[in-house]
Design a protein around this ligand. Structure first.
Ligand code: SAH
Length: 393
């Protein structure tokens, strides 16, 4: 077993069970891509077993802090069984959920979503890549399912120096699927959609939005960054009579339109605008259009803390415009899924946007990813999704 020795003092985060070690913390040692290595402090104390990533800034990802534990196929079986069992305890209002959420499930670099009886996996680190076969077998055994599609085409693969890989890993069949979320039916294609096909993390917020639309008697809704219209279907279910989905992806909008009909809503209550959100918000303002509710669910503007400042300006800008486009008493559902923007910073950005727009808001909701995307106390980076529900004062 190869050994990695850290620089003096650099063992601190591992002692707090944070699973990452950056390249700059390593004094000596190396390994092959994804190889399991023994990590020790400068004075030779065991810290963890970890996967080695020769090309990534995150050079080591801990598999286990238990010196007696062996990293083998049985290890992955145990971790995956634990992740599956945790989801069984949740009351998930869908037949689609996140089964493995990387670090939070003790499996750094691995993401697995379940859509009905199809599993979709992203192997985002050298360690996960190395154990792909054992992980695939364990996933099928733990779930009793037979179909596993691989979507290892996220940007993290590049940082790890791994090529993109997609296709059936186990079993085969249709990649176009229909799922049930709350009372709604939604479609996706696991081969073509964003991420693994759908944004499962916003499930709870879509439910709350539908309830809020009903509660506040909201009629007109502008759903920005709509993707396939999850929040638009929620708005229609809540009783909105005029819903606009805005996204720059044509195929996503086609699906949004199809979702309106699939769920039995009159197509005349919904419009799909293939456009840039920022330009659309400005145009609406110029044209004097106003809405009772606006959803802002942008893509990750700040993948890491290093991008936070530029991202903060981009978040502030869309939130300022949204505040100005809201009718009095209107509802703003605003999100950031950037790991580099803390909930506290996001709150400050939205406050700044309100100040610039000359608008204050009552915070009626604090939103986060659904519980099948768990956060753990040892891994604050897991708290990537934050949102606020605001009523314009
Ligand atoms: N709210 C969605 C998920 C949004 S993901 C849901 O509930 O499923 C972010 C979306 O923003 C993607 O669909 C992407 O196509 C879109 N997007 C990214 N940049 C954009 C831009 N500048 N203008 C419009 N849409 C954009």
């Amino acid at each position: 077993m190869k050994k990695i020795t850290l620089r003096a003092g650099k063992e601190r985060s591992l002692l707090k069970r944070h699973p990452w070690v950056f390249e700059s913390s390593i004094a000596r040692g190396g390994g092959d891509s994804g190889e399991t290595v023994r990590v020790e402090s400068a004075d030779g104390a065991f810290l963890c077993w970890a996967a080695f990533s020769p090309q990534s800034q995150i050079r080591l990802r801990a598999w286990s802090f238990d010196e007696a534990e062996r990293i083998d196929a049985a290890f992955f079986k145990r971790r995956i069984e634990q992740a599956v069992a945790m989801r069984m305890r949740l009351a998930i209002a869908s037949d689609a959920w996140r089964l493995v959420h990387g670090e939070a499930d003790g499996l750094p670099g691995l993401v697995v979503d379940r859509y009905g009886d199809t599993l979709v996996a992203q192997f985002g680190s050298s360690g996960a890549e190395r154990w792909k076969g054992a992980i695939a077998d364990a996933l099928l055994t733990a779930t009793g399912l037979t179909r596993l599609y691989e979507r290892s085409d996220a940007q993290a693969r590049e940082w790890e120096g791994l090529p993109a890989q997609t296709g059936w890993l186990r079993g085969e069949g249709e990649t176009a699927l229909t799922i049930r979320e709350h009372d709604w039916r939604l479609t996706l294609d696991v081969a073509e959609g964003h991420k693994t096909g759908y944004y499962l993390d916003q499930r709870d917020s879509r439910r709350r939005f539908a309830d809020a639309v009903r509660q506040y008697g909201i009629k007109s809704v502008l759903n920005c960054f709509s993707y396939t219209g999850g929040f638009s279907v929620a708005a229609l279910a809540g009783g909105a009579s005029e819903v606009v989905s805005v996204d720059s992806s044509g195929p996503a909008l086609e699906r949004a339109k199809a979702h309106v009909e699939l769920n039995g809503f009159d197509a005349s209550r919904h419009q799909a605008w293939d456009a840039d959100v920022n330009a659309t918000l400005r145009r609406c303002l110029q044209e004097g259009r106003r809405f009772d509710a606006i959803v802002l669910d942008p893509p990750k503007f700040a993948p890491t803390a290093a991008h936070a400042e530029r991202a903060a300006r981009a978040y502030k800008d869309i939130n300022r415009l949204a505040f100005m486009l809201l009718n009095d008493g209107g509802l703003l559902y605003t999100f950031s899924c950037s790991g580099g923007i803390s909930p506290d910073l996001f709150h400050k950005i939205v406050a700044g946007a309100g100040l610039d727009a000359g608008v204050d808001g009552y915070i009626v909701e604090r939103l986060s990813a659904a519980a099948d995307h768990p956060q753990t106390v040892c891994f604050p980076e897991g708290d990537y999704m934050k949102g606020l529900g605001l009523l314009k004062r």
